[in-house]
Design a protein around this ligand. Structure first.
Ligand code: 2AM
Ligand code: CA
Length: 263
């Protein structure tokens, strides 16, 4: 049986060390490359940070598998065993252009069940963390269960990409939601947007495309505070595939799904 307390302790030590390395990198020159398109950025720090975690995990837990955004881990095609799902820098564009609004995201799953979620907002020094069944925290502060809210009082995170013609959704479905909600926000980092729903700074987050490393940690946090996450069609999330997402407080999730997305 895995010792989750010990795994959690190690993961927290490593995430803090990785955060310190990223903060130190601000005074050095970044090497920036592009991946799938000219706006899909990756830096030496994304790669170094992923390799840092992989080395630590392989040394300490050789039987665990690793699914990392930069591809230095394993090719993961099943949810068997223990899997670390890692985004070394979520929000790379923000990291490069703003040196803020990015995070390290680590979700640890066993047989497809989220056991540990860690999202570290390096610049604000905010570590969002949860062990399944033991509540979610921001640093030392326990996050309360989410309270119900209606669309008209809700702040909803949606990237502007999905509010114009796009391949993920008929954007006209979202127009009434933009009008009816209290406000729309976009931070450019899915991990932080998920952490913000978990801690109540946002009431919902809607996106057409997230990869496992973007959402794995956030889903563990969200479950601990009673938030709901499905695809925009209301289907269950497949944790090793890309998914669309409707993430929201209880009640609000149903209101957005039935009242807007399924219309
Ligand atoms: P990244 O910075 O780790 O690439 C930006 O709106 C958010 O979406 C970020 O969390 C970003 O993660 C993620 N993202 C960007 N391009 C993506 C893609 N093609 N598939 C899934 N997630 C993506
Ligand atoms: Ca990334």
């Amino acid at each position: 049986m895995a010792n989750w307390k010990e795994i959690d302790k190690k993961a927290k030590e490593w995430i803090e060390e990785a955060g310190e390395r990223i903060r130190e990198s601000f005074s050095t020159k970044l090497s920036i490359q592009t991946k799938s398109n000219p706006n899909d950025l990756v830096t030496n720090m994304d790669k170094d940070t992923e390799q840092f975690f992989i080395k630590k995990i392989k040394e300490t837990y050789p039987e665990h598998r690793i699914l990392g955004e930069e591809g230095f881990g394993h090719k993961v095609e099943s949810t068997e065993g223990i899997i670390w799902i890692i985004d070394p820098i979520d929000g790379t564009m923000n990291f490069v252009h703003q040196q803020r609004n990015f995070a390290i995201s680590i979700g640890i799953y066993e047989e497809g069940i989220g056991k540990i979620g860690l999202i570290y907002d390096v610049v604000h020094n905010e570590l969002y963390h949860a062990i399944k069944g033991e509540g979610a925290y921001m640093n030392e502060i326990r996050l309360p269960k989410l309270e119900k809210v209606s669309v008209k009082e809700a702040i909803i995170a949606i990237n502007a990409t999905w509010l114009v013609e796009n391949r993920g959704i008929d954007y006209k479905k979202l127009t009434p939601l933009v009008h009816d909600s209290r406000g729309i926000r976009s931070y450019g980092t899915a991990a932080i947007e998920l952490a913000y729903v978990a801690c109540g700074r946002l009431d919902a987050y809607i996106t057409m495309r997230l990869a496992p490393w973007d959402f794995a940690a956030g889903l563990v946090l969200l479950e601990e505070v009673g938030g709901t996450a499905t695809t925009i069609k209301g289907d269950k999330i497949n944790i090793i595939e890309k998914n669309s997402f409707l993430i929201a407080k209880e009640g609000l999730h149903e209101e957005i799904l039935a009242g807007y997305l399924q219309k």
